[in-house]
Design a binder for this molecule. Structure first.
Ligand code: THU
Length: 139
């Protein structure tokens, strides 16, 4: 991926973080997902008084993109941190979100965890979910 593409995704994820609904954990997460056709979708975490009903920013953006008809993806940028503060560290996707990525993405799908547009780490899905369980195992 080009550096400019990565920076743009991070910028959108940082912006989207402001929309996070996280009154319980106060941990706000933003995500930006690049589809293979070039379209970008954004999402945030959405919590609930019934804590288990919370949705992570990564699943929010995947479900939004998939429900818009997208099926092929290149990369996701993720940024998270406490409300009222700039992100202090990389926010890695939780296990459930990695599994959702596995449903729609190849092993070379890029996962960018970012603190700022300049300070980020880039992984492949295969690196963050090795030996994952997917549809190929059951068809
Ligand atoms: N969260 C995400 O949005 N993405 C993750 O991958 C991990 C956790 C959210 C869920 C919850 O709203 C808050 O962060 C604290 O767990």
């Amino acid at each position: 991926m080009q550096k400019e593409q990565i920076r743009n995704l991070i910028r959108l994820a940082l912006e989207m973080r402001k929309s996070a609904y996280a009154p319980y954990s106060h941990y706000q997460v933003g995500s930006a997902l690049l589809a293979k056709n070039g379209k970008v979708y954004t999402g945030c975490n959405i919590e609930n008084a019934s804590y288990g009903a919370a949705n992570c920013a990564e699943r929010t953006v995947f479900f939004q993109a998939v429900s818009a008809g997208e099926r092929h993806f290149t990369a996701i940028a993720i940024t998270g941190g406490l409300a009222g503060e700039e992100p202090a560290d990389y926010a890695y996707p939780c296990g459930i979100c990695r599994q959702v990525m596995k449903e729609f993405c190849d092993g070379d799908f890029r996962i960018i965890v970012a603190v700022t547009e300049e300070n980020y780490q880039c992984y492949t899905l295969a690196e963050l979910l090795p030996h994952g369980f997917g549809g190929a195992s059951i068809v």
